[in-house]
Each structure stands twice: as C-alpha cells, then as structure tokens.
Ligand binder design. Structure first.
Ligand SMILES: *[C@@H]1O[C@H](CO)[C@@H](O)[C@H](O)[C@H]1NC(C)=O
Ligand SMILES: *[C@@H]1O[C@H](CO)[C@@H](O)[C@H](O)[C@H]1NC(C)=O
Ligand SMILES: *[C@@H]1O[C@H](CO)[C@@H](O)[C@H](O)[C@H]1NC(C)=O
Ligand SMILES: *[C@@H]1O[C@H](CO)[C@@H](O)[C@H](O)[C@H]1NC(C)=O
Ligand SMILES: *[C@@H]1O[C@H](CO)[C@@H](O)[C@H](O)[C@H]1NC(C)=O
Ligand SMILES: *[C@@H]1O[C@H](CO)[C@@H](O)[C@H](O)[C@H]1NC(C)=O
Length: 276
C-alpha cells in the first residue's frame, strides 16, 4: 500500500512537471510564433483594417522639430575667429495625414500623397515663431557665389549690400527663416534676372497643404517586412543625387515600420526633404 501510494504520488509529480514543461514550451516557443504569424498576417495595408487606419492617419501625433544656431559673435567671425553659437529650439510643428489613397496590383501596392500641413505647437516650443535668430545670410551667400565671376552683377551685389547695410549674417524670425521672407537683395537682382525668386525660406514652398509628390508603398501583403515600405517616389526611383547609392530609396517614410522587429533589425527611413 505504501509503495503504491508512493508510485501514484511520483506519477502525480511527474505529470505535474510534464504539464508545467508543456505549458512553458508552448509559452516560450509555440505561442509567440503563433502570435507573430497572426500579426504578420494582420499588419497589411488593406482597406478597413486597423493597420491601414493607423497608417493613413496615425493615432500618435507626428511632430517636426526645428533647432537653430544663434550666432553670438558676428564681428569676430568677420575678423577670422571661430563662430560661437547657441542652440535654440525646439520649434515644433505637427503635420500630415495620407491622402488620395489608391490600391494597386491586387493590393500588393498602394499609392498615396502626403499632404503636409504644418501647425505650430507653441506649448511644445521654446518660444513663439517670432523669436529672432542670427544666422548666415543664405540668399546673399548664394548670389555672391553664383555671380562671383560676373563683373557687373558682382559689383551691383556688393554696392547693394553696402548701401543697405546687409552683411554675411542676418537676423530673422524663426517663422521667416522656415516659411520664407522677401529678401531685398534677391528682389533687387530680380530686376536684371527675372528668373530669380525673391522669397527665401528653408521650407519655402514646402508650406501648407502642399505635398511632395506621389508615393508608391508596398502593402506588406506578400512579405510582412515590406509593410509600408516605399517602392517609388514621384513615379520613379530617385535621380536627384549623383551616385546610385545616394539615389536608393530604402525603408518607410518613418511613420510606420514592419511588425516583429528585433533589436538587431536595421530600419531605414526615406525623407524627401533631403532632395531639395
Ligand atoms: C475603402 O472602402 C470604402 C467602402 O467600404 C470605400 O468607400 C473607400 O473608397 C475604400 N478606400 C480605398 C482607399 O480604396
Ligand atoms: C491579380 O489577381 C488575378 C487573379 O488572382 C490575376 O489574374 C492577375 O494577374 C493579378 N494582377 C496583378 C496585377 O497582379
Ligand atoms: C498651415 O495652415 C493651417 C490651417 O490652414 C494653419 O493653422 C497653420 O498656421 C499654417 N501653418 C503655416 C506654417 O503657415
Ligand atoms: C498643446 O496644445 C494642444 C492644443 O493647442 C494640445 O492638443 C496638446 O495636447 C498640447 N500638448 C502638450 C504637450 O501640452
Ligand atoms: C539670437 O541672437 C539675437 C542677436 O543677438 C538676439 O536678438 C535674439 O534674441 C537671440 N534669439 C534667441 C531666441 O535667444
Ligand atoms: C536599398 O534600395 C536599393 C534599391 O533602391 C536596393 O538595391 C538595396 O539593396 C537596398 N538596400 C537595403 C539595405 O535594403
């Protein structure tokens, strides 16, 4: 009797152990794989899926933050010293939903444009858009470089800059630097060079409700790793830069990535802002 109950007891222990082993096996290997394969199937850009809605109009806000370097020693720089700058920022803007969405090639690709609406977020910025920044006078530098071999224009530029007290540096508001301001020198040059645009801004023409052209994305239907990856931009692969390597379009536009990412995965982002 004693032996028997001991046997029953050990059989019981063994079965409990087996059960625990079984459960942990399922939990550590089979279960995650199951979840992963379900996720891989679910995360596809397809009408009326959660993944599609989140890609079209991301539930998390997307911000663009700008930082500027404020020059503190312009006179010394002109005398040959190193520039001393103070970083100021961020100046934060929120932007972009996807528009004009159209599925292609049996749902393996989707075309869309990315209309950018920049809305200034005062509460996430260092100061208002009217903060002043002293920085390089980019229009002046650009025209000086462009017309340096052209005697007449070079003299005109020099005379204009002396006459108006413009130098190599300029102090402008954050809003002007980003979204554009009418530059006196460019305006004066426009009289002899009508093709010049007299407005300068780092994001001039990227402004409101403009888009950067049509994108073709992979939906991830064929391979989960292709989820929201950029296939083409403006109807072609890039020809902006001079080498094939720089013209590669790799990765997503940065608002979404494929599911099941490991620590060793390399994620690529394509930003059309660099092509300008
Ligand atoms: C998604 O489906 C709805 C109707 O179910 C349709 O109105 C809409 O145009 C579709 N969207 C796309 C991008 O095909
Ligand atoms: C779409 O699917 C149909 C049927 O599966 C096939 O005949 C057709 O060639 C496919 N078209 C494209 C563009 O892949
Ligand atoms: C862009 O347009 C929106 C609404 O039309 C406006 O609130 C916002 O201030 C504009 N942004 C810029 C940078 O002009
Ligand atoms: C900033 O203000 C906007 C409304 O103007 C609000 O939606 C947003 O949550 C605020 N952000 C922070 C970080 O307070
Ligand atoms: C940047 O420098 C200029 C010139 O010294 C100054 O007027 C301006 O207030 C500075 N901007 C900020 C945001 O501190
Ligand atoms: C990047 O894209 C190019 C094609 O544009 C492709 O040849 C290359 O293999 C891609 N590189 C990576 C790391 O995905």
């Amino acid at each position: 009797m004693v032996l028997k109950s001991c046997c029953v007891y050990s059989v019981g222990v063994v079965s409990v152990l087996m059960l625990i082993l079984g459960i942990s096996l399922v939990l550590t290997s089979v279960f995650p794989h199951l979840v992963q394969s379900m996720v891989k199937k679910q995360v596809v850009l397809k009408n009326d899926t959660d993944a599609f809605e989140a890609w079209k109009d991301p539930p998390a806000h997307i911000y663009m933050q700008f930082y500027f370097f404020n020059l503190t020693n312009p006179q010394e720089v002109l005398d040959g010293e190193r520039p001393a700058v103070v970083e100021i920022g961020p100046y934060t803007y929120e932007y972009r939903p996807m528009e004009q969405i159209d599925f292609q090639d049996n749902g393996t690709k989707v075309t869309a444009v990315n209309t950018k609406t920049y809305i200034f977020q005062r509460n996430m910025s260092r100061g208002p858009e009217s903060d002043l920044v002293r920085t390089v006078n980019i229009p002046a530098m650009t025209v000086m470089e462009r017309f340096k071999d052209n005697f007449v224009e070079a003299n005109l530029i020099s005379a204009y800059m002396k006459g108006t007290g413009q130098g190599l540096f300029t102090t402008r508001t954050v809003g002007e630097l980003l979204w554009g301001y009418e530059d006196g020198l460019l305006k004066a040059l426009k009289i002899i060079r009508p093709d010049l645009d007299d407005v300068f801004g780092l994001f001039y023409k990227q402004n409101n409700a403009s888009n950067d052209g049509e994108y073709v994305f992979f939906t991830g239907q064929q391979n989960y790793r292709d989820f929201s990856r950029v296939d083409m931009w403006k109807g072609e692969s890039l020809n902006w830069w001079t080498s094939d390597e720089c013209n590669m379009i790799n990765g997503t536009i940065g608002t979404a990535f494929h599911p099941v990412i490991t620590k060793n995965d390399m994620l690529y982002i394509f930003s059309s802002d660099l092509c300008r």
